[in-house]
Design a binder for this molecule. Structure first.
Ligand code: FAD
Length: 261
């Protein structure tokens, strides 16, 4: 199978760098074909702007830049910046996508967020399918990435207890919800439970070996592991166009947890 690893760490000799090399080897040993988008090594341009369209030079100077419309125009006319088009091709090629990053300020490093902002063009990852009062597009379980799997590999400096249900940082499932539900499930990926490492500063040879065993198992099972049961938007659980959960579904449950069956 084809696996795309989108990797965001600036230092190859980091823990993330070691885990990335381990993951690629393990996946290739299992017979998969792996491509890595090493965003720092690629000097990935993180900010979405008017330069993302090849038509920049021919734009009337008084024309307002519209991030959404310009992204759609460039995508539909084949006039996107080459780096964006190449990453979209990798996503089309992949059967599974892994995003690997250190948790920075409770989220992904800016360079990876910028990869999402720019690669997830309008017409490609959002704004797909019929939008009407009866149907709100192909998203949250449907869309361009339907049939593909996705998984996060995340390292965090904080302790596991800091991210427990009553931990001061908030539960890790909640922190990762905007990425797993909003970025991965939205365009159609089946999202596997994340592989999260806590208290990274306490890593020595012995711990690292255990981490590789656990991560290796997750990678071996990548096409068998049951995805997180996020609720499909168009499966009947939500009233459209309000897009709120039907009153009889998990009554009394609110917040992120309500969107998991
Ligand atoms: C801007 C910023 C924001 C942050 N925000 C958060 C936050 O919101 N929440 C949070 O919890 N943390 C946060 N952190 C901490 C961050 O998540 C961790 O520092 C990071 O995940 C560690 O990953 P790393 O690859 O950089 O590890 P490294 O620092 O490279 O390594 C960690 C440890 O692993 C050891 N190690 C590395 N490779 C190996 C190997 N092959 N074998 C054995 N040992 C090895 C190293 O010696 C080191 O002791 C933040 C850090 C920064 C810089």
């Amino acid at each position: 199978m084809n696996i795309l690893l989108v990797y965001a760490h600036p230092e190859p000799k980091s823990l993330n760098g070691s885990l990335r090399r381990f993951s690629v080897k393990r996946l290739e040993k299992a017979g998969h074909v792996v491509q890595v988008s090493d965003l720092y090594a690629m000097k990935w341009k993180a900010s979405l702007d008017a330069d993302d369209s090849l038509d920049l030079q021919t734009r009337p100077s008084d024309m307002r830049f519209d991030p959404n419309l310009d992204s759609r125009r460039a995508f539909e006319s084949g006039r996107q910046s080459q780096d964006i088009a190449l990453e979209q091709d990798k996503l089309r090629w992949a059967d599974a996508v892994i995003l690997q990053f250190p948790l920075w300020w409770y989220s992904m490093p800016a360079i990876l967020k910028g990869w999402v902002d720019r690669v997830y063009a309008s017409g490609f990852a959002h704004g797909v399918g019929e939008h009407s009062d009866a149907r709100w597009g192909d998203r949250f379980g449907e869309g361009t990435m339907a049939g593909k799997r996705a998984m996060l590999i995340v390292t965090a400096g904080g302790w596991e207890s800091h991210y427990s249900p009553r931990g001061v940082n908030g539960p890790m499932d909640d922190i990762l919800f905007p990425i797993q539900h909003g970025i991965l499930y939205y365009p159609g990926f089946s999202v596997l439970p994340p592989f999260v490492l806590y208290r990274t500063s306490r890593t020595d040879e012995a711990r690292y070996s255990g981490i590789c065993d656990a991560l290796g198992q997750r990678l071996d099972d990548i096409f068998q592991t049951a995805p997180i049961p996020f609720r499909p938007q168009n499966g009947g659980a939500y009233d459209i166009p309000a897009l709120t959960l039907r009153a009889d579904i998990s009554p009394g449950t609110t917040g992120f947890a309500a969107h998991i069956a």
